[in-house]
Design a protein around this ligand. Structure first.
Ligand SMILES: *Cc1c(COP(=O)(O)O)cnc(C)c1O
Length: 431
Protein backbone atom coordinates (compact mmCIF):
# COMPACT_ATOMS: atom_id res chain seq x y z
CA UNK A 1 0.00 0.00 0.00
CA UNK A 2 1.19 3.47 -0.81
CA UNK A 3 -0.03 6.83 0.45
CA UNK A 4 -0.63 9.83 -1.76
CA UNK A 5 -0.93 13.52 -0.94
CA UNK A 6 -4.34 15.23 -1.04
CA UNK A 7 -2.61 17.91 -3.15
CA UNK A 8 -1.27 15.39 -5.68
CA UNK A 9 2.12 17.05 -6.13
CA UNK A 10 4.20 14.73 -3.93
CA UNK A 11 5.39 11.29 -4.92
CA UNK A 12 3.60 8.37 -3.25
CA UNK A 13 5.09 7.23 0.06
CA UNK A 14 5.26 3.98 1.97
CA UNK A 15 3.61 3.82 5.40
CA UNK A 16 6.98 4.36 7.16
CA UNK A 17 7.84 7.30 4.93
CA UNK A 18 4.42 8.82 5.46
CA UNK A 19 4.56 8.63 9.28
CA UNK A 20 8.10 10.06 9.35
CA UNK A 21 7.16 12.89 7.00
CA UNK A 22 3.96 13.85 8.82
CA UNK A 23 2.85 16.35 6.21
CA UNK A 24 3.49 15.45 2.56
CA UNK A 25 6.26 17.56 0.91
CA UNK A 26 3.65 19.47 -1.12
CA UNK A 27 1.89 20.56 2.08
CA UNK A 28 -0.95 18.09 1.61
CA UNK A 29 -2.10 15.24 3.83
CA UNK A 30 -1.37 11.60 3.16
CA UNK A 31 -4.32 9.39 2.28
CA UNK A 32 -4.35 5.73 1.18
CA UNK A 33 -3.82 5.37 -2.57
CA UNK A 34 -6.85 3.05 -2.60
CA UNK A 35 -9.23 1.62 -0.04
CA UNK A 36 -8.44 -2.09 0.20
CA UNK A 37 -11.12 -4.77 0.33
CA UNK A 38 -11.01 -5.62 4.03
CA UNK A 39 -13.99 -8.01 4.04
CA UNK A 40 -15.56 -6.85 7.33
CA UNK A 41 -17.46 -10.15 7.61
CA UNK A 42 -14.13 -11.96 8.04
CA UNK A 43 -13.46 -10.18 11.37
CA UNK A 44 -14.37 -12.15 14.49
CA UNK A 45 -16.01 -9.70 16.92
CA UNK A 46 -15.01 -11.96 19.81
CA UNK A 47 -11.35 -10.98 19.47
CA UNK A 48 -9.57 -8.23 21.40
CA UNK A 49 -9.28 -4.73 19.99
CA UNK A 50 -5.50 -5.15 19.58
CA UNK A 51 -6.00 -8.27 17.43
CA UNK A 52 -8.80 -6.72 15.39
CA UNK A 53 -6.79 -3.54 14.89
CA UNK A 54 -3.83 -5.54 13.57
CA UNK A 55 -6.14 -7.21 11.04
CA UNK A 56 -7.61 -3.87 10.05
CA UNK A 57 -4.22 -2.20 9.61
CA UNK A 58 -2.50 -5.07 7.80
CA UNK A 59 -3.28 -4.03 4.19
CA UNK A 60 -2.14 -0.47 4.92
CA UNK A 61 1.31 -1.70 5.98
CA UNK A 62 1.64 -4.28 3.23
CA UNK A 63 5.27 -4.51 2.05
CA UNK A 64 6.34 -1.86 4.59
CA UNK A 65 9.44 -2.69 6.70
CA UNK A 66 7.21 -2.45 9.81
CA UNK A 67 4.72 -5.04 8.54
CA UNK A 68 6.26 -8.07 10.28
CA UNK A 69 6.02 -6.25 13.65
CA UNK A 70 2.42 -5.07 13.22
CA UNK A 71 0.76 -7.56 15.56
CA UNK A 72 3.20 -6.88 18.40
CA UNK A 73 3.05 -3.12 17.78
CA UNK A 74 -0.74 -3.26 18.22
CA UNK A 75 -0.51 -5.49 21.27
CA UNK A 76 1.82 -3.07 23.04
CA UNK A 77 0.13 0.13 21.85
CA UNK A 78 -3.42 -0.93 22.75
CA UNK A 79 -2.74 -2.43 26.17
CA UNK A 80 -5.78 -0.66 27.69
CA UNK A 81 -9.46 -1.43 27.07
CA UNK A 82 -11.73 -0.09 24.35
CA UNK A 83 -15.16 -0.04 25.98
CA UNK A 84 -18.54 0.03 24.22
CA UNK A 85 -21.13 0.46 26.96
CA UNK A 86 -24.90 0.56 26.71
CA UNK A 87 -26.34 3.89 27.87
CA UNK A 88 -30.04 3.34 27.30
CA UNK A 89 -32.28 1.69 24.75
CA UNK A 90 -30.73 1.97 21.30
CA UNK A 91 -27.85 4.16 22.47
CA UNK A 92 -24.35 3.12 23.50
CA UNK A 93 -21.25 5.04 24.55
CA UNK A 94 -17.84 4.32 23.09
CA UNK A 95 -15.41 5.12 25.91
CA UNK A 96 -12.10 6.10 24.35
CA UNK A 97 -10.67 7.38 27.63
CA UNK A 98 -9.19 4.30 29.30
CA UNK A 99 -5.64 4.97 28.08
CA UNK A 100 -2.82 6.55 30.07
CA UNK A 101 -3.88 10.18 29.50
CA UNK A 102 -7.64 9.50 29.49
CA UNK A 103 -8.45 10.84 26.01
CA UNK A 104 -8.84 9.23 22.58
CA UNK A 105 -5.53 10.66 21.40
CA UNK A 106 -3.78 7.86 23.32
CA UNK A 107 -4.75 5.40 20.56
CA UNK A 108 -2.97 7.25 17.76
CA UNK A 109 -0.07 8.56 19.85
CA UNK A 110 0.78 5.13 21.29
CA UNK A 111 0.58 3.42 17.90
CA UNK A 112 2.85 6.06 16.37
CA UNK A 113 5.31 5.80 19.27
CA UNK A 114 5.59 2.02 18.85
CA UNK A 115 6.28 2.50 15.14
CA UNK A 116 8.92 5.19 15.79
CA UNK A 117 10.66 3.04 18.36
CA UNK A 118 10.89 0.22 15.82
CA UNK A 119 12.38 2.62 13.28
CA UNK A 120 14.79 4.61 15.50
CA UNK A 121 15.30 2.46 18.57
CA UNK A 122 17.13 -0.37 16.88
CA UNK A 123 20.29 1.53 15.91
CA UNK A 124 20.89 2.32 19.57
CA UNK A 125 23.31 5.25 19.20
CA UNK A 126 22.58 8.93 19.75
CA UNK A 127 23.48 9.99 16.22
CA UNK A 128 20.42 8.20 14.88
CA UNK A 129 18.02 9.69 17.45
CA UNK A 130 15.00 11.61 16.24
CA UNK A 131 13.50 14.65 17.97
CA UNK A 132 9.79 15.26 18.01
CA UNK A 133 8.60 18.85 18.46
CA UNK A 134 4.99 19.46 19.53
CA UNK A 135 3.15 22.68 20.20
CA UNK A 136 0.05 21.94 22.21
CA UNK A 137 -2.76 23.60 24.07
CA UNK A 138 -3.87 20.44 25.82
CA UNK A 139 -4.66 16.80 25.16
CA UNK A 140 -2.30 16.20 22.25
CA UNK A 141 0.82 17.09 24.21
CA UNK A 142 -0.06 14.83 27.12
CA UNK A 143 -0.85 11.88 24.84
CA UNK A 144 2.36 12.30 22.83
CA UNK A 145 4.52 12.82 25.95
CA UNK A 146 3.10 9.76 27.64
CA UNK A 147 3.35 7.61 24.51
CA UNK A 148 7.02 8.46 23.83
CA UNK A 149 8.27 8.68 27.42
CA UNK A 150 11.10 6.23 28.10
CA UNK A 151 11.43 5.04 24.50
CA UNK A 152 14.75 4.46 22.81
CA UNK A 153 15.81 6.51 19.84
CA UNK A 154 13.33 9.38 20.24
CA UNK A 155 13.40 12.62 22.21
CA UNK A 156 10.35 14.83 22.62
CA UNK A 157 10.04 18.57 23.27
CA UNK A 158 6.58 19.84 24.25
CA UNK A 159 5.81 23.56 23.98
CA UNK A 160 2.72 25.00 25.62
CA UNK A 161 1.51 28.52 26.42
CA UNK A 162 2.40 29.26 30.05
CA UNK A 163 -0.96 30.81 30.90
CA UNK A 164 -3.04 28.97 28.32
CA UNK A 165 -3.70 25.62 30.03
CA UNK A 166 -5.51 24.63 33.21
CA UNK A 167 -3.44 23.56 36.26
CA UNK A 168 -4.37 19.93 35.75
CA UNK A 169 -3.59 20.09 32.02
CA UNK A 170 -0.24 21.71 32.87
CA UNK A 171 0.54 18.86 35.24
CA UNK A 172 -0.13 16.30 32.47
CA UNK A 173 2.29 18.18 30.22
CA UNK A 174 5.11 18.57 32.72
CA UNK A 175 5.27 15.30 34.67
CA UNK A 176 7.84 13.61 32.40
CA UNK A 177 11.60 14.27 32.22
CA UNK A 178 14.16 11.87 30.73
CA UNK A 179 13.66 11.86 26.97
CA UNK A 180 10.61 14.16 27.23
CA UNK A 181 11.18 17.84 28.02
CA UNK A 182 8.39 20.35 28.62
CA UNK A 183 8.67 24.06 27.89
CA UNK A 184 6.27 26.64 29.27
CA UNK A 185 6.42 29.40 26.68
CA UNK A 186 5.98 33.02 27.78
CA UNK A 187 3.42 33.64 25.05
CA UNK A 188 0.29 32.35 23.36
CA UNK A 189 -0.44 29.05 21.62
CA UNK A 190 0.20 30.84 18.33
CA UNK A 191 3.68 31.80 19.61
CA UNK A 192 4.36 28.12 20.39
CA UNK A 193 3.29 27.12 16.90
CA UNK A 194 5.45 29.83 15.35
CA UNK A 195 8.58 28.63 17.20
CA UNK A 196 7.95 25.04 16.11
CA UNK A 197 7.47 26.17 12.53
CA UNK A 198 10.71 28.17 12.64
CA UNK A 199 12.53 25.10 13.90
CA UNK A 200 11.28 23.04 10.96
CA UNK A 201 12.33 25.78 8.56
CA UNK A 202 15.91 25.82 9.86
CA UNK A 203 17.55 23.23 7.56
CA UNK A 204 20.72 22.77 9.66
CA UNK A 205 18.91 22.21 12.89
CA UNK A 206 16.30 20.09 11.21
CA UNK A 207 18.96 17.75 9.87
CA UNK A 208 21.26 17.65 12.89
CA UNK A 209 18.44 16.87 15.33
CA UNK A 210 16.39 14.76 12.87
CA UNK A 211 13.31 16.82 13.64
CA UNK A 212 10.00 15.15 13.12
CA UNK A 213 6.43 15.75 14.19
CA UNK A 214 3.68 13.68 15.75
CA UNK A 215 0.73 15.97 15.25
CA UNK A 216 -2.77 14.81 14.67
CA UNK A 217 -2.65 14.93 10.88
CA UNK A 218 -0.04 12.12 10.90
CA UNK A 219 -1.43 9.10 9.09
CA UNK A 220 0.04 6.92 11.86
CA UNK A 221 -2.39 8.53 14.29
CA UNK A 222 -5.36 8.48 11.96
CA UNK A 223 -5.38 4.82 10.94
CA UNK A 224 -5.78 3.45 14.51
CA UNK A 225 -8.71 5.85 14.90
CA UNK A 226 -10.31 4.31 11.82
CA UNK A 227 -9.69 0.89 13.41
CA UNK A 228 -11.71 1.62 16.56
CA UNK A 229 -14.62 3.02 14.55
CA UNK A 230 -14.60 -0.15 12.42
CA UNK A 231 -14.43 -2.43 15.46
CA UNK A 232 -17.17 -0.48 17.24
CA UNK A 233 -19.54 -0.96 14.31
CA UNK A 234 -18.82 -4.70 14.29
CA UNK A 235 -19.38 -5.01 18.02
CA UNK A 236 -22.60 -3.01 17.90
CA UNK A 237 -24.04 -5.04 15.03
CA UNK A 238 -23.00 -8.26 16.73
CA UNK A 239 -24.92 -7.25 19.88
CA UNK A 240 -27.97 -5.58 18.36
CA UNK A 241 -28.22 -6.99 14.85
CA UNK A 242 -28.30 -3.53 13.24
CA UNK A 243 -25.81 -1.00 11.93
CA UNK A 244 -25.25 1.92 14.30
CA UNK A 245 -24.84 5.58 13.57
CA UNK A 246 -21.77 7.13 15.24
CA UNK A 247 -21.75 10.60 16.82
CA UNK A 248 -18.25 12.09 16.92
CA UNK A 249 -17.29 15.21 18.91
CA UNK A 250 -15.20 17.00 16.28
CA UNK A 251 -12.63 19.79 16.07
CA UNK A 252 -9.72 19.15 13.75
CA UNK A 253 -11.77 16.23 12.32
CA UNK A 254 -9.14 13.51 12.80
CA UNK A 255 -11.42 11.29 14.85
CA UNK A 256 -14.26 11.87 12.39
CA UNK A 257 -12.16 11.06 9.31
CA UNK A 258 -11.34 7.74 11.01
CA UNK A 259 -15.06 7.04 11.08
CA UNK A 260 -15.56 8.03 7.44
CA UNK A 261 -12.69 5.77 6.37
CA UNK A 262 -14.11 2.82 8.31
CA UNK A 263 -17.46 3.38 6.59
CA UNK A 264 -15.81 3.66 3.16
CA UNK A 265 -13.99 0.40 3.85
CA UNK A 266 -17.36 -1.30 4.17
CA UNK A 267 -17.71 -1.53 7.95
CA UNK A 268 -21.32 -1.38 9.15
CA UNK A 269 -21.62 2.30 10.03
CA UNK A 270 -25.07 3.56 9.04
CA UNK A 271 -24.53 7.28 9.52
CA UNK A 272 -21.93 9.66 10.91
CA UNK A 273 -23.00 12.64 13.00
CA UNK A 274 -20.45 15.39 13.65
CA UNK A 275 -20.97 17.18 16.96
CA UNK A 276 -19.16 20.53 16.98
CA UNK A 277 -18.97 23.39 19.46
CA UNK A 278 -19.48 27.06 18.63
CA UNK A 279 -16.76 26.77 16.00
CA UNK A 280 -19.39 26.23 13.33
CA UNK A 281 -17.28 25.95 10.20
CA UNK A 282 -18.21 22.31 9.50
CA UNK A 283 -21.97 22.56 10.25
CA UNK A 284 -22.08 25.72 8.10
CA UNK A 285 -20.40 23.83 5.27
CA UNK A 286 -23.03 21.08 5.55
CA UNK A 287 -25.76 23.70 5.25
CA UNK A 288 -24.36 25.91 2.52
CA UNK A 289 -21.75 23.89 0.63
CA UNK A 290 -19.40 26.85 1.06
CA UNK A 291 -16.11 26.19 2.82
CA UNK A 292 -15.32 29.27 4.92
CA UNK A 293 -12.51 28.78 7.44
CA UNK A 294 -12.30 31.40 10.17
CA UNK A 295 -10.34 32.17 13.35
CA UNK A 296 -11.20 29.83 16.24
CA UNK A 297 -13.42 30.95 19.13
CA UNK A 298 -12.86 29.74 22.70
CA UNK A 299 -15.41 27.33 24.13
CA UNK A 300 -15.77 24.94 27.06
CA UNK A 301 -14.87 22.07 24.72
CA UNK A 302 -11.44 23.59 24.10
CA UNK A 303 -9.86 20.60 22.32
CA UNK A 304 -12.42 21.28 19.57
CA UNK A 305 -11.67 25.00 19.22
CA UNK A 306 -10.61 24.85 15.58
CA UNK A 307 -11.68 27.31 12.89
CA UNK A 308 -9.88 25.68 9.97
CA UNK A 309 -9.77 21.91 10.54
CA UNK A 310 -6.76 20.51 8.69
CA UNK A 311 -8.33 17.08 8.16
CA UNK A 312 -11.04 18.59 5.94
CA UNK A 313 -8.68 18.03 3.00
CA UNK A 314 -9.16 14.33 3.59
CA UNK A 315 -12.94 14.67 3.75
CA UNK A 316 -13.06 16.72 0.53
CA UNK A 317 -11.12 13.91 -1.11
CA UNK A 318 -13.83 11.41 -0.03
CA UNK A 319 -16.68 13.67 -1.15
CA UNK A 320 -15.60 15.64 -4.22
CA UNK A 321 -19.30 16.30 -4.75
CA UNK A 322 -20.43 18.08 -1.58
CA UNK A 323 -24.09 17.13 -1.99
CA UNK A 324 -23.25 13.44 -1.58
CA UNK A 325 -22.14 13.82 2.02
CA UNK A 326 -25.72 14.42 3.14
CA UNK A 327 -26.55 10.79 2.44
CA UNK A 328 -23.85 9.64 4.88
CA UNK A 329 -23.52 12.32 7.52
CA UNK A 330 -24.89 15.36 9.33
CA UNK A 331 -23.39 18.05 11.58
CA UNK A 332 -24.58 20.19 14.46
CA UNK A 333 -23.04 23.10 16.40
CA UNK A 334 -23.63 23.03 20.18
CA UNK A 335 -23.09 26.21 22.18
CA UNK A 336 -21.53 26.56 25.63
CA UNK A 337 -24.77 27.05 27.53
CA UNK A 338 -26.10 23.78 26.07
CA UNK A 339 -22.85 22.02 26.96
CA UNK A 340 -23.29 23.27 30.54
CA UNK A 341 -26.89 22.00 30.66
CA UNK A 342 -25.91 18.53 29.45
CA UNK A 343 -23.05 18.25 31.97
CA UNK A 344 -25.28 19.46 34.81
CA UNK A 345 -28.05 17.00 33.89
CA UNK A 346 -25.58 14.11 33.50
CA UNK A 347 -25.75 12.37 36.90
CA UNK A 348 -29.54 12.48 37.19
CA UNK A 349 -30.56 11.98 33.58
CA UNK A 350 -28.01 9.30 32.58
CA UNK A 351 -26.24 8.40 35.83
CA UNK A 352 -23.03 9.69 34.22
CA UNK A 353 -20.59 12.56 34.15
CA UNK A 354 -19.71 13.92 30.71
CA UNK A 355 -16.62 15.82 29.62
CA UNK A 356 -17.46 19.06 27.74
CA UNK A 357 -16.50 17.52 24.37
CA UNK A 358 -18.57 14.41 24.85
CA UNK A 359 -21.48 16.61 25.98
CA UNK A 360 -21.83 17.96 22.42
CA UNK A 361 -22.40 14.42 21.14
CA UNK A 362 -24.83 13.62 23.96
CA UNK A 363 -26.87 16.67 23.00
CA UNK A 364 -26.79 15.70 19.31
CA UNK A 365 -28.16 12.25 20.25
CA UNK A 366 -31.11 13.95 21.95
CA UNK A 367 -31.92 15.75 18.70
CA UNK A 368 -31.91 12.61 16.54
CA UNK A 369 -35.19 10.76 16.16
CA UNK A 370 -33.81 7.53 14.68
CA UNK A 371 -32.57 4.65 16.85
CA UNK A 372 -29.21 2.92 17.27
CA UNK A 373 -26.52 5.47 17.87
CA UNK A 374 -23.08 5.28 19.45
CA UNK A 375 -21.96 8.40 21.33
CA UNK A 376 -18.17 8.72 21.15
CA UNK A 377 -16.81 9.78 24.56
CA UNK A 378 -13.48 11.42 23.71
CA UNK A 379 -12.16 12.19 27.22
CA UNK A 380 -12.71 11.32 30.85
CA UNK A 381 -14.62 14.06 32.72
CA UNK A 382 -11.93 14.18 35.44
CA UNK A 383 -9.62 15.85 32.90
CA UNK A 384 -11.95 18.84 32.93
CA UNK A 385 -12.66 19.00 36.65
CA UNK A 386 -12.69 22.81 36.73
CA UNK A 387 -15.65 22.84 34.31
CA UNK A 388 -17.52 19.69 35.34
CA UNK A 389 -17.33 19.82 39.14
CA UNK A 390 -19.03 23.20 39.69
CA UNK A 391 -21.86 22.11 37.37
CA UNK A 392 -22.57 18.81 39.09
CA UNK A 393 -21.79 20.11 42.57
CA UNK A 394 -19.35 17.39 43.59
CA UNK A 395 -15.89 16.09 42.73
CA UNK A 396 -15.37 13.73 39.78
CA UNK A 397 -13.58 10.56 40.75
CA UNK A 398 -10.11 10.47 39.21
CA UNK A 399 -9.26 7.32 37.23
CA UNK A 400 -6.13 5.42 38.19
CA UNK A 401 -4.27 6.50 35.05
CA UNK A 402 -4.68 10.22 35.76
CA UNK A 403 -3.96 9.78 39.46
CA UNK A 404 -0.60 8.29 38.48
CA UNK A 405 0.23 11.29 36.29
CA UNK A 406 -0.76 13.72 39.04
CA UNK A 407 1.54 12.02 41.54
CA UNK A 408 4.65 12.34 39.36
CA UNK A 409 7.21 15.13 39.97
CA UNK A 410 6.97 18.26 37.81
CA UNK A 411 9.74 18.96 35.32
CA UNK A 412 9.47 22.10 33.21
CA UNK A 413 11.56 24.98 31.84
CA UNK A 414 10.23 28.42 31.07
CA UNK A 415 11.33 29.90 27.75
CA UNK A 416 10.83 33.00 25.65
CA UNK A 417 8.94 32.41 22.40
CA UNK A 418 12.24 32.39 20.45
CA UNK A 419 13.92 29.59 18.56
CA UNK A 420 17.34 30.33 20.10
CA UNK A 421 15.94 30.08 23.59
CA UNK A 422 14.28 26.77 22.75
CA UNK A 423 17.52 25.43 21.29
CA UNK A 424 19.56 26.37 24.37
CA UNK A 425 16.99 25.01 26.77
CA UNK A 426 16.60 21.77 24.86
CA UNK A 427 20.30 21.04 25.02
CA UNK A 428 20.16 21.55 28.77
CA UNK A 429 16.95 19.64 29.44
CA UNK A 430 17.15 16.52 27.30
CA UNK A 431 19.31 13.49 28.04
C1 LIG B 1 -8.69 16.34 20.24
C2 LIG B 1 -10.01 16.18 20.92
C3 LIG B 1 -11.24 16.30 20.23
C4 LIG B 1 -11.30 16.68 18.78
O1 LIG B 1 -10.84 15.65 17.95
P1 LIG B 1 -10.45 15.96 16.44
O2 LIG B 1 -9.85 14.71 15.92
O3 LIG B 1 -9.50 17.10 16.48
O4 LIG B 1 -11.73 16.32 15.74
C5 LIG B 1 -12.41 16.06 20.92
N1 LIG B 1 -12.39 15.75 22.24
C6 LIG B 1 -11.25 15.64 22.93
C7 LIG B 1 -11.32 15.32 24.37
C8 LIG B 1 -10.02 15.85 22.31
O5 LIG B 1 -8.88 15.75 23.01
Amino acid sequence: MRFVSTRKRARPASFSEAILGGLAPDGGLYVPEAFPDLRPESFDPGRSFAELAAGFLEPFLQRDPLAPQLASICERAFDFPLVLRELEDATSVLELFHGPTAAFKDFGARFLAECFEQIFGEAGDQSSEATILVATSGDTGAAVASAFHGRRGVRVAILFPMDGVSPRQAKHLTCWGGNVASFAVRGSFDDCQRVVKEAFQDPDWRRSTRLTSANSINIGRLLPQAAYHAVTSLWYRHRHGVEPGIIVPSGNMGNAVGSFWAKRLGFPIRQIALACNDNRVVPDWFDSGEWEPRPPVQTLANAMDVGNPSNMERLFELYPDHARIHADASALAVDDSTIREVIAAGPERWGREWCPHTATAVYFREQLTSDHWVIVATAHPAKFDSIVEPLIGRPVEIPESLAQLLSRPTNVSEIEPELDDLRRSMEAALD
